[in-house]
Design a protein around this ligand. Sequence first.
Ligand code: PXL
Length: 280
Amino acid sequence: MRILAINDISCVGKCSLTVALPIISACGVTCDILPTAILSTHTGGFTGYTFRDLSEDIPAIIRHWKSLGLRYDIIISGYLGSIAQIDMVKTVRRELLKENGLMIVDPVMGDNGKLYVHFDDAFVEQMKGLCREADMIVPNLTEACSLTNTPYAENGDYPALLRKLRALCPRPSVTGCDETENGKTVCAVYYTDDAGSVKKYATEKVEGAFHGAGDVYASALVGALARGVHTDEAVRLAADFTTDSIRQTKADGTEARYGLNSESQMLNFLQALDRAANKK
Ligand code: PXL
């Protein structure tokens, strides 16, 4: 199994490639990387960060990989620094994804009801185009609302949101849907299977905003799918790992902008993944 993760390198702050590479590799599959930019930190919660756009290098990287005959079973794209990079990801998919490969798009654009700095409505429009070329998309609630022109609302009608997303991509998975179940607040992932039925997996809600949670979720999901685990089980494993990592971060008292302390939860996740992969 050969996976390609397209994302930025935020040197500090545990998100994008510094999360994708260790998690996907630890799942026991090859993870190559295509960095879109190098930043001293990510853009959420820090000021004064450096940002070097790597767009200029990408066409030559693709040409070199083609000369090596490289082809990917799964490609996952994340943070893209410009509309031009959205087009580059489309080229990578066309030229480097195997015929029956899986294209997964994490449409990284915002959180907590707001777009991140550097993103605007024009970018959202182009991101819709990339989602149309994906087999699976993994937006958080904010991104799902932007992609469907739905006003952002916690406690919204999530199954309806999923059905709207299906107009863009057959298999959406939306994270960060807060709900009340039996008087307790839970955090749910909504997703659809190949037949289009809307499914839900809920974990205990940990209060607070935690940076990089979407990257941990997407990476664990890709790793589990790469090991051949069914989507239902892959969603459960990825959601549990993310929640455990959030709980650990809160227990450690780490500042949210420094990302999730998922390292100490990794072994648990990998053991659960092994059990799921071996029983399928
Ligand atoms: O975790 C999402 C993300 C990835 N990459 C960069 C970011 C963010 C969110 O702020 O700024 C550079």
